[in-house]
Design a protein around this ligand. Structure first.
Ligand SMILES: C[S@@+](CC[C@H](N)C(=O)[O-])C[C@H]1O[C@@H](n2cnc3c(N)ncnc32)[C@H](O)[C@@H]1O
Length: 493
């Protein structure tokens, strides 16, 4: 069954062998994206294995979604325990190669006077154990090491239904792997996962976070800040979490590196769990002392959009639904309204029209899609793929000659439902949202390229007078380019 599989080299370390088999496999078989097959790089596998405390006894280890077993093999390399492993792998072909890699690991362990007993389970891990989310299990493990598959599931997928307690909106299979594997961990046991960072914040993972962090306490978090270097095809920051099944908190070690190649030059910080896991269970990662100071400052502000009678909404024009109304030429204000897209919004600047398709919206039939021509703060909902998450906001001062405007769906807009935004308020708020301060604050809890309205709604804001003062300063004749946000907040950069 495992015809053609490379043979182990003399004295080859087991994780190095699993890595080589993985590369061989990928050289002739494009990894199966449907099953979320991305194999862990060798350096990352060993890094994860070293994080896992193994105790003094024989270790009952679980590796759900084991692939070629590189994570378990790395643990066998770095720990001095006897190991009893259960490895789940749904892909029958990979499961055969997994068996071969683990068999080599077993032989290698023997040469070190240790034992590895393993069982490869060719089954769906989530379906096999989801019931432990609801009732206790007697098949407990001492440790979990896991790089789960990641892909979105439909709500009707049997796995999403079996794990409904952690599902809200559209689930991603990786969160189900985390919740289910942690549920079959013994109290005091540890789990180490490498996953996208997306579960750390955002409403879709709220039920998962509430469930998972009710019994798992984070001990170490490592963030890879580069979005696509660890797993080429996963355009998200990757994160390693070591968590203990425990009701008690201790300090937490936060570290980061750019990618897997610079694991040796990491930044490191020890901080309290309270700094990282809020009451809302959102994970904030103040990786530097400056991040911590910024989080403390912003969290001390008591204002927010609602307190200032403002609201944020998403642009109502969805081009593929309104394609008959979106045109490249038009007469404003006679028959058309200006239509603003993400491309029209630059930091602190709205540029319209541009050499870009669909800059006009036909008025006839668009009553429900247009907005009154008044002051808005316009925000891009996504950062460019290649850049880090960044808020891009521009003040719009109702300066186009039109009674109404159109805003495309990739924009959010801030307005005052019962009234108008003043010019200085509009400018000041846009300045604040573009500022390095707020961007650094956002990056401590979100690594995604998306900035959703709910996040801006819950963003703490300084007093409204301060925001107005920022706008006033920036508009003033004597404005000399000093940063109005820093000046008003008393931070002299
Ligand atoms: C992201 S890969 C990681 C593989 C390996 N753990 C590593 O670190 O290289 C996830 C693995 O989970 C397997 N998988 C996907 N869905 C699964 C399921 N429902 N149950 C068990 N394994 C699954 C895939 O075939 C794939 O090999």
């Amino acid at each position: 069954m495992t015809l053609g599989i490379p043979r182990p080299l003399d004295n080859e370390l087991p994780a190095a062998y699993a890595d080589r088999v993985g590369q061989w496999y990928m050289s002739w078989n494009k990894t199966n994206k449907k099953l979320g097959q991305f194999f862990t790089p060798l350096s990352v596998a060993r890094f994860m294995a070293r994080l896992l405390p193994v105790g003094n006894e024989r270790l009952r280890l679980l590796d759900p979604g084991a692939g070629l077993g590189i994570l378990s093999a790395a643990l066998c390399e770095v720990s001095d325990r006897d190991i009893e492993l259960v490895a789940y792998e749904i892909d029958a072909e990979i499961a055969d190669y997994l068996d071969a890699c683990l068999s080599y690991t077993q032989t290698w362990m023997k040469t070190k006077n240790r034992t590895l007993q393993y069982r490869v389970v060719r089954d769906d891990f989530v379906l096999a154990h989801a019931k432990t989310l609801y009732e206790s299990s007697d098949q407990l493990h001492d440790a979990v090491i896991c790089n789960p598959p990641y892909f979105k599931l439909s709500k009707n997928d049997p796995r999403a239904q079996a794990a409904e307690i952690v599902v809200y909106g559209q689930p991603n299979i990786y969160a189900l792997f985390m919740a289910v594997s942690a549920a079959i961990l013994r109290p005091g046991g540890y789990a180490v996962y490498i996953t996208p960072r997306s579960y750390a914040a955002g409403p879709y993972f709220s039920r998962f976070r509430d469930y998972f962090f009710s019994y798992m306490r984070p001990r170490t978090i490592h963030l890879f800040e580069s979005r696509d270097d660890v797993f080429e095809e996963v355009l998200q920051e990757s994160m390693i979490l070591l968590a203990e099944r425990s009701g008690y908190d201790s300090d937490i070690l936060l570290s980061s590196s750019v990618a897997d190649t610079d694991l040796g030059v990491m930044s490191k910080r020890i901080t309290s769990v309270a700094q990282v896991v809020g009451k809302d269970n959102i994970l904030r990662l103040p990786l530097t002392e400056q991040d911590r100071e910024i989080a403390e400052l912003v969290n001390s502000w008591t204002g927010n959009l609602h307190k200032y009678n403002m609201e944020i909404s998403t642009g109502p024009v969805v081009p593929f639904r309104a394609s008959h109304l979106v045109t490249s030429a038009g007469e404003v204000p006679a028959t058309h309204a200006p239509l603003l897209w993400m491309q029209n919004i630059k930091p602190m600047r709205c540029e319209w029209p541009q050499q870009h398709k669909g800059q006009y919206l036909v008025l006839k039939g668009a009553d429900k899609l247009v907005l009154p021509n008044q002051n808005y703060v316009l925000l891009r909902r996504f950062s460019a793929k290649e850049e880090r998450q960044r808020l891009t906001a521009a003040p719009y001062f109702a300066n186009l000659n039109t009674p109404v405007i159109g805003l495309e769906n990739h924009l959010n807009y801030i307005y005052r439902p019962k009234g108008q935004l003043l010019d200085d308020e509009t400018r000041g708020l846009a300045l604040l949202l573009n500022s390095d301060l707020i961007n650094q604050y956002f990056r401590t809890f979100s690594g995604s390229t998306q900035v959703n309205a709910a996040e801006i709604r819950s963003l703490p804001l300084p007093p409204l007078d301060a925001i107005i003062e920022m706008g006033r300063l920036a508009a003033g004749k004597n404005f000399n380019g000093t940063d109005p946000v820093a000046t008003v907040l008393g931070i002299y950069a």
